[in-house]
Design a protein around this ligand. Sequence first.
Ligand SMILES: [Zn+2]
Length: 164
Amino acid sequence: MVKGSCFVGSRLLSEAKKMEISEVRVKLVANKDDRLKAFCSVTMDNEFVVRDIKVIEGTGGFFVAMPSRKMSDHCEKCGGKNHLRAKFCNNCGASLPENRARKDIKGRMKLHADIAHPINAECRRKIQEKVTAAFEEEVEKSKQPDYKPVEMDEPDDDIPEVIS
Ligand SMILES: [Zn+2]
């Protein structure tokens, strides 16, 4: 490799623009008793969208949960796929061992895995702030008599475990 190209490469890297959140769309969840308050879709740099980000009411205020999927494992008898909390195999009905989920550092069962997530605290804070602000704005808008909710498909999965 030519020396000059290395220099240009590293210079470009140091000047690289940080990801910006260009749009947040918020669909409020009507059920007042539920901890799940909204589904959001977030657009990054006007060209990449992450959907199914959730706003959840925790004990210390609202927090933003990344889109996640339920983790599963396979039955030892038939190989059928089951959620980690299932007591019996969906496929053959065999009794499944308890506590199949791995535990996190605080000893809680790890039942969900993030599909998309920030890799540093700065980005996590940026998403948290933007999404929370958009959520609060949408709540204000929803108090208007002519309010029209955002059109958005809702995923049919469960609320993720609260991480607080
Ligand atoms: Zn089975």
